[in-house]
Design a protein around this ligand. Sequence first.
Ligand code: PRP
Ligand code: HPA
Ligand code: MG
Length: 198
Amino acid sequence: MNRTGRQSVTLYLMAQPTTPAVPASECEILFSADQIAERVKAIGKQISDDYKGENIVLVGVLKGAAIFLADLARAIEVDNTFDFVAVSSYGKGKTSSGAVKLIKDLDTPIEGKHVIVVEDILDTGLTLSYLRRLMLQHKPASLKIATCLDKPERRLVPIEADYVCFSIPNRFVIGYGMDYAEKYRNVADIRLFPEDKA
Ligand SMILES: O=P(O)(O)OC[C@H]1O[C@H](OP(=O)(O)OP(=O)(O)O)[C@H](O)[C@@H]1O
Ligand code: HPA
Ligand SMILES: [Mg+2]
């Protein structure tokens, strides 16, 4: 690379937003791993009762829902398989256009199946209302939504989940699959990210 190229790489790297240097241990615990496990077990039991004798397809929304889905699938006592979709949303901050795009589709058809879309968090509702509309086009036998967290104060579109582990106030959370700038997904508890660092 010539001298000019090297200089522009340096400038580019300097312009990148820095990832937060907040250790997870400094973020207040909202729900401990034990509290989460207890609620996931209860929701798993509720789903098992509601779908007795049926097969269920759990559809996880990458990446946030991966950890909740892994735990929920094992807490459900009726036969279940799982699949994943991924979406990308544009400008989810103050400049949100509300546009959501599918970037990974289902691997297996869900027509005639009992489907539960699994999310880590229901926030503005834009992701799940887009996915609900999309899933219904595939003509499942039934369609429900399970979310680990619900942040109802933030809703921009009307949508409710059928199964909710915890309802939370309007605070940014990390852990148990949820990220800030892709970090903290592996944190076992659900923690409050400090307002002044977000
Ligand atoms: O109700 P909404 O306002 O649409 O927000 C909820 C969605 O936002 C987060 O995903 P994100 O798109 O950040 O991607 P990720 O799952 O890979 O973290 C979260 O995992 C939900 O999928
Ligand atoms: O509070 C949150 N934390 C992480 N990801 C999110 N996506 C929507 N709300 C949140
Ligand atoms: Mg997500």
